[in-house]
Write a new protein. Structure first.
Lengths: 186, 191
């Protein structure tokens, strides 16, 4: 089976599980949770930098998803839908936990890196630590764009900022990563 | 965040987005969902009687299509002239390898007795229904039958698949709901 076929099959199963969960079947919803919890938790953890907060955000994400499942359109991507909820929940929790950082709204977006290649290979733990140390806005944009593969526009929409702001945050993230990792980030 | 991952990568795109939580978060999610369900309406009404037969047909079709696609792509060999039909293969493979859940359900004497009683009067009940309602019921039962056959076929290939087992038992239950609804219907009433 090709990867594309495997993905199609998974989506077919997912649509069936969503239908069943909409009918009140919590076992079907648990299967959706098992399928998506790692990526949702990974997003929440990178956005909040706090294990307890990330666990709370993950739970809140799936509870909100359960409540709104009847409004989810199975033609769209469930993972993207869940990630949107996770971003909203994480941003709200983070706003409660800490003051808002200075906005980059006035900065002009520059051509942000698209591949995020490193001049020389770096240990995963070192990169994760460098990402964790980034300011919130730059880290959010970087995680959604570079790790989760969302476009500038999609990441900006999820974060509730202008696309130019998102590009500026990515530019900032690349500059800070280059300084912290001491390698060129292309 | 990835603990002691000493693997080196040449691009941020190689980092895994997924991080597994240190503990299982599902029990608390389930508890919240159950608590909400006990105090408020579920995402959609779950009362079987309130569900029109077309919903059951749609559910059965979803299961049937999903299983069919899955079987076609992951289990069955490529179609060739003279190949055995999936349904006949289903019957044979299912007879060879019945699943524990399936056997337990269909061999339950109460299920057998209730189903036999409902089937006995089904034809008469159907004839008493208005033609549109009769057509809906027939379509629902046919869709459910197809879903059962697809699921049995899939389980013959993958007897340990818990989701398939659950879907099959649910399909038996869907069939019983339709039969019970037909039994309970009045001749002139839309079911």
């Amino acid at each position: 089976m090709t990867q594309a076929q495997a993905d199609d099959t998974r989506v077919d199963w997912e649509a069936a599980l969503v239908q069943r969960a909409c009918g009140g079947d919590s076992r079907a919803f648990e299967r959706l949770y098992r399928e998506h919890s790692g990526r949702v938790y990974g997003l929440c953890l990178r956005m909040t930098r706090d294990v307890q907060l990330a666990e709370d955000c993950t739970q809140e994400t799936f509870i909100n998803a359960w409540r709104a499942l009847a409004r989810f359109e199975t033609r769209s991507s469930l993972s993207t839908w869940l990630h949107r909820i996770a971003v909203n929940v994480s941003l709200a929790k983070r706003r409660k936990a800490s003051p808002v950082e200075p906005s980059l709204d006035d900065e002009e977006g520059t051509g942000a890196a698209t591949e995020w290649t490193l001049e020389t290979p770096v240990e995963v733990r070192e990169i994760e630590a460098a990402i964790e140390a980034l300011p919130d806005g730059a880290r959010d944009a970087l995680v959604l764009h570079a790790l989760y593969g969302y476009s500038h526009g999609e990441a900006a929409q999820m974060l509730g900022v202008a696309e130019g702001t998102c590009k500026a945050q990515l530019h900032r993230a690349r500059k800070l990563l280059r300084e912290r990792l001491n390698v060129e980030v292309g | 965040m990835s603990g002691a991952d000493e693997r080196k990568v040449g691009s941020l795109r190689e980092l895994s987005p997924a991080i597994e939580p240190a503990r299982d978060l599902w029990p608390q999610i389930q508890a919240r969902i159950n608590a909400e369900r006990s105090t408020a309406a579920p995402p959609r009404p779950a009362r079987v009687r309130a569900l029109p037969p077309r919903w059951l047909a749609a559910a059965a079709v979803v299961a049937s299509v999903a299983v069919g696609v899955w079987i076609g792509r992951s289990l069955l060999p490529a179609a060739r002239p003279g190949a055995q039909s999936p349904i006949s293969a289903s019957r044979e493979s299912f007879a060879d390898a019945p699943t524990a859940l399936d056997v337990a359900y269909v061999s339950d004497p109460r299920y057998q007795r209730d189903r036999a009683a409902l089937m006995k009067t089904l034809q008469a009940r159907l004839e008493a229904l208005p033609p549109p309602a009769r057509a809906k019921v027939m379509a629902s039962l046919a869709a459910i039958q197809r879903a059962k056959q697809d699921l049995q076929n899939a389980l013959g290939k993958d007897p340990g698949n818990a989701l398939l087992q659950e879907l099959l038992v649910d399909t038996y239950q869907d069939e019983m709901r339709v039969l019970t609804d037909v039994q309970a219907s009045d001749a002139g009433r839309e079911i």
